[in-house]
Each structure stands twice: as structure tokens, then as C-alpha cells.
Design a protein around this ligand. Structure first.
Ligand SMILES: Cc1cc2nc3c(=O)[nH]c(=O)nc-3n(C[C@H](O)[C@H](O)[C@H](O)COP(=O)(O)O)c2cc1C
Length: 569
């Protein structure tokens, strides 16, 4: 017997029915306590394992678990329910729930998507044009990893993605850069000029003039007088106080400033009062890269509640949606997020191991071997002085401990000269592979065109100079990883969260175990199909149906997506 009904649960079935009868309008016609029966063609019921599994997997059809007159338990996707005692006894049922129904329908409609699924930005073009185009063509929302790239490179990406996705959605990352303000302003200018209409705003601690500029410059009125939001903001946050900024209208002081500078019109400033700063808030739990390491189960409900409170206060016409990121890389984690109320899910770490990611073969291969515990927090290059950390891979690289050591030096000494000679020599030999003075010359060269003010500020401030020198290592180490630079493998900085290990566990023994088979759109399809399948399995389980253990796992099948995939040339 491959499916059975747990006896205690079955005894409770009548009371469960009572509940269903009272809440489900369609079924209310026959009175509350009557047991249901299933009527349909006997050929439509499977009693064998393969047949039952197939019925379970057809998530776009309902699934009825029935018992025949010989006591056998089977499954069907067809037939109808009756309460008149004729037919096979219905033991449990699950509604049709195709993956396209998971999440908030308005998220799919607003962005014209097949699934409520987004791939997160990954800096330095790791979330590459190929990745964004591949997921965009599959009906998902991809976000280009613009952080850390110079405007000319971002422009190149905009042109390529707009060419590759003429009618499909895509997003670009707008990352807050407290140390390099020119970059944030430059990105907004570029996005406005080039018609990038969706940004994934991240690393913000509070609102800035630039993000407000992007949002408000896209406001207009339609013919009925309603507000049209042309520039969508999906803000990624991991703290309530930051989320609150994005869930409210743009602050007056920024509107005033932008009006004075002629960057927005008086009408746009007026319209800004009636819309929140973001359309969507992605709640980022324990993830790869920047993270506060919060558990999603704790964080998501709090932010949803905050949204409800602010929605009540402001009565926005379109309710802000709350999505989930951090730790999502399997059907189970995606389903958990949806069931907690996430409007959409965002993946990151798992995509870095996909063939489209703008990283090296070495990194992809390494990522496919890691466990969820093979990660560590290390100082972040962009907010080094503030002590901000990000999550990186621990296995196969010494970046984590080396970067931590640099931060220790930064805290202990006020200048490079204060570092004891022996320690300095060791650092120059092992970590920098050149004298620190030569590194400083590289820094001058690097910032000459990009942001010369950085050097001016450091010239008279030895502590700041030390920070820039250390940031040379922190910044380059991710480039080395992306390029697969020989002789630097021990210094590769690979942003990664526990989701990577969870993904590897899930796909073990399937075609996706081989990193060369991992394609971002296929991975997304498998996660979403799997989430719908698990929803079905869990729904039936909670009604008392017990399955063999292995049925509780969704096994990715290669055939599923093959013909739908876009293969970048
Ligand atoms: C390699 C890598 C680079 C990332 N870079 C950025 C970035 O530049 N901007 C950003 O908003 N998020 C960045 N993230 C976070 C992802 O967009 C995503 O939110 C996160 O990875 C989701 O959590 P997960 O890693 O647990 O899947 C990065 C993540 C990774 C793994």
C-alpha cells in the first residue's frame, strides 16, 4: 500500500469537513456534517505507486484521495464530489495549485511575469546580462548586478539587456554607496536617461536624494487623474526601521531639494505625497553578501505587520507587497516563504553557481561542493570603515580569515606606519603580494577617474589611507574570484549564503548536481514546480494521508524545462 490514512486523523475527518463546509461556499449546499463521496470514472483513479505519484505531481489539477469498496486507497485528478453516499469514499483532497498561483497575483501582473519569482542582483555583473536575459525570457524578473561597476559598463549592460528583452521585464540594482556618493547619483542619472523602469534598491540605511529622485521623476497623472508610477522600486531590507522609510511617501526635505535643483516638477512633488517610496519590499534574511543573518521566519511576519500598519495609516491605492529573500533555494524554502505570506521569492546564492553567472568556472565548481555551514561573515569592502560585514564562502579560500585580520589591524592601529614591521611584512607577502606603498599607488590610479575625492580625503588622514589600502584587497578579491585569477585562489572572495548548501543537498543525485547543468531559469522552474508539489503533499498529509518518505521530496527532472530555455550564445 503506497498511501494510507492515519487512523486518528480519519476519526477527526468529520470535524475537518465541518470546517471546510462552513468556509467553502461551493460545498456548503449539502449541509455541514455529511461525509463526501467521489464520483467519476473508475479508470481515472490510480491505485499503483507510479499512478498515484503522477496524480500528485499534476498540480494544475485537483487531487482526490479516495478509498474503494475493497479498501484500497488511490488518487484521482478527475471526478466530482457528492454527499449522497454514492461513489468512493473521499478521504482527503487538495485543490489545483499550479506554481503560477504561488505568491501575489498583482506582483505577476504588474511586472508581466509567469511566476512570482525574482533573481537578486549580484555585484560586479555576477548577475550578468546573460542571467537577466535568460530568466526574463522564462517569464521571471532578473536584476542586473550593477554594484561595483563603472557607469560605462552599466550602460553596456543596459543596452544589451534592453536588446535581449524588448518586451520582457528586467531590473537593475541601485546600491547605496555611502563611501562613493558619486556612484549612486551616476546610476540614477543613467537609469533615468536610459529608461530603466525597475530598480532593486539595496544596502540603504535611510532614504537619499538619489533614490527619491529616481522614484519621483517617474510620477505622472493619467487621464482619470490617477497617479502613474513609471519608476518601480523594489527595496531590499533586513531591518524594520529601513523598511519603514520605503513604506512611506518621499520626505518633504528631499522633494524641496529636488525641486530647487529642477530635477522634478511641482506636479511630481505633489503626487509623491500619495505613493510610497517602494512598490515592493524584499525582506532579506540570512543570505549571501550583505546580511544581518536574521531568520526569515522571525523577520518576515514583523515586516508584513509593519506594512499593514503603514498601509492603514496612509491608505495607499496600491498595497505595498512584501517578498522574501535569504535562504531560498529549494522547493521547501520557497513554499515556506509563500505560506508565510511572501508576495514573491528572491534567490541569490544558488544562481551564482549557474552557467550564466558572471563568475569563473573555478567558483561555480567550488560552489557545487559546499555545505550550508561552509560560510562565514567577513568585512565588506564598500562599508569597511563602518564595520559592516557580508557573508562569504569559507571552503576552498582563505579570504574570510584574512579579511577579518585586516579589520583587526584597522581597529588597532591609526596608520599603516603603526603596524609592527614584522606583521606588515607578513601581510605584504601573504595577503597583498606586494609592498603596501605600491598598493597605495594602485589606489591613487584606481580613484583618479572614478572618484578623485577619495584620494584627497585620505592624503591628510593616515587612518583613512589605511582603510583604502585594505579595501584594495577586499575589492580586488571578488574580481579575482570572478575572473578565476591564477595564483589568487586562496584570496577569492565569494559571496555566498547557507542557501547554496541547501540547494546542493536538494539536487544531489539529479542532473543538477553537475554544476555545468545549472541554468538559472531551469533552477527557478524546478524550485517553483517543486514548491507547488510540496504544497500538495503537505496539504494531504495534514488531512491524515501518509506517504512513503521519498515522496516528500521533489526530484528535478531534466525534461521539464529543456525546450523552454534560452541558451546565451
Ligand atoms: C554573489 C552575490 C552577490 C550579491 N550582490 C548583491 C548586490 O550587489 N546587490 C544586492 O542588492 N544584493 C546582492 N546580493 C544578494 C542577492 O541579490 C539576494 O538578495 C540574496 O543572495 C538572496 O539570498 P540567498 O543568497 O540566501 O539566496 C548578492 C548575493 C550573492 C550571492
Amino acid at each position: 500500500m503506497f498511501a494510507r490514512v492515519c487512523d486518528p486523523m480519519r476519526q477527526n475527518f468529520a470535524s475537518l469537513q465541518t470546517c471546510v463546509m462552513k468556509t467553502n461556499m461551493d460545498l456548503e449546499y449539502n449541509g455541514a456534517l455529511t461525509p463526501f463521496y467521489w464520483k467519476g470514472s473508475p479508470r481515472a483513479v490510480s491505485f499503483d505507486a507510479a499512478g498515484i505519484q503522477q496524480k500528485l505531481a499534476s498540480t494544475d489539477l485537483p487531487c482526490f484521495i479516495v478509498q474503494d469498496f475493497r479498501g484500497r486507497i488511490g488518487a484521482s485528478n478527475e471526478g466530482e464530489l457528492t454527499a449522497n453516499g454514492k461513489g468512493l469514499q473521499l478521504l482527503a483532497m487538495a485543490n489545483a495549485l499550479p506554481p503560477s498561483q504561488l505568491g501575489d497575483p498583482s506582483f505577476r501582473e504588474d511586472y508581466n511575469l509567469k511566476y512570482a519569482y525574482k533573481t537578486g542582483a549580484m555585484a560586479n555583473g555576477i548577475a550578468s546580462e546573460e542571467l537577466v536575459i535568460a530568466v526574463g525570457r522564462a517569464g521571471l524578473l532578473g536584476s542586473f548586478g550593477a554594484a561595483g561597476l563603472v557607469p560605462a559598463r552599466v550602460l553596456q549592460a543596459i543596452e544589451k539587456i534592453q536588446g535581449g528583452l524588448p518586451n520582457e521585464p528586467y531590473a537593475f540594482n541601485l546600491i547605496h554607496s555611502p563611501n562613493e556618493k558619486a556612484l549612486e547619483a551616476g546610476a540614477v542619472k543613467l537609469y533615468l536617461e536610459k529608461g530603466v523602469h525597475i530598480v532593486e534598491a539595496s544596502a540603504f540605511l535611510a532614504l537619499t536624494e538619489h533614490i527619491v529622485h529616481y522614484r519621483v521623476a517617474g510620477l505622472s497623472r493619467d487621464q482619470e487623474g490617477g497617479v502613474v508610477i513609471n519608476n518601480k522600486v523594489i527595496a531590499k531590507i533586513s531591518r524594520k526601521e529601513v523598511a519603514a522609510h520605503f513604506m512611506q511617501p518621499a520626505p518633504e526635505r528631499f522633494l524641496k531639494l529636488l525641486l530647487e535643483k529642477g530635477k522634478i516638477t511641482p506636479m511630481q512633488a505633489e503626487l509623491a505625497a500619495s505613493v510610497p517610496m517602494a512598490d515592493d519590499i524584499t525582506v532579506e534574511a540570512d543570505s549571501g553578501g550583505h546580511t544581518d543573518n536574521r531568520p526569515l521566519v522571525a523577520l518576515l511576519p514583523s515586516i508584513i505587520q509593519l506594512r499593514d500598519e503603514l498601509q492603514e495609516k496612509h491608505q495607499f491605492e496600491q498595497k505595498i507587497r512584501i517578498g522574501a529573500a535569504g535562504g531560498i533555494s529549494t522547493p521547501a524554502s520557497a513554499l515556506a516563504a509563500f505560506m508565510m505570506g511572501a508576495a514573491y521569492v528572491v534567490t541569490g546564492s544558488a544562481n551564482q553557481a549557474c552557467v550564466e553567472a558572471g563568475t569563473s568556472e573555478h567558483v561555480r565548481q567550488l560552489l557545487a561542493t559546499v555545505d550550508s555551514t561552509d560560510v562565514i561573515m567577513a568585512p565588506a569592502s564598500d562599508m569597511f570603515e563602518m564595520g559592516v560585514e557580508l557573508q562569504v564562502l569559507k571552503r576552498g579560500t582563505l579570504f574570510g580569515p584574512r579579511a577579518k585580520k585586516l579589520y583587526e589591524y584597522y581597529q588597532r592601529y591609526k596608520s599603516i606606519e603603526e603596524i609592527p614591521a614584522e606583521e606588515r611584512l607578513k601581510m605584504e607577502k601573504q595577503v597583498f603580494q606586494k609592498p603596501l606603498e605600491a598598493v597605495w599607488q594602485d589606489c591613487i590610479e584606481f580613484f583618479r577617474n572614478r572618484d578623485p575625492e577619495q584620494i584627497e580625503r585620505a592624503e591628510g588622514n593616515p587612518h583613512r589611507k589605511m582603510a583604502l589600502v585594505f579595501r584594495w584587497y577586499l575589492g580586488l578579491s571578488s574580481n579575482w574570484a570572478n575572473a578565476g585569477t591564477p595564483g589568487r585562489a586562496q584570496d577569492y572572495q565569494i559571496w555566498c549564503g547557507p542557501a547554496m548548501g541547501a540547494f546542493n543537498d536538494w539536487v544531489k543525485g539529479t542532473y543538477l548536481e553537475d554544476y555545468r547543468n545549472r541554468r538559472a531559469a531551469d533552477v527557478a522552474e524546478q524550485i517553483m514546480q517543486g514548491a507547488a508539489y510540496l504544497y500538495r503533499v503537505q496539504t494531504l498529509k495534514m488531512q491524515g494521508v501518509a506517504f512513503p518518505l521519498e515522496w516528500g521530496r521533489f526530484v528535478p527532472q531534466r525534461e521539464q524545462m529543456e525546450e523552454k530555455l534560452y541558451y546565451p550564445g
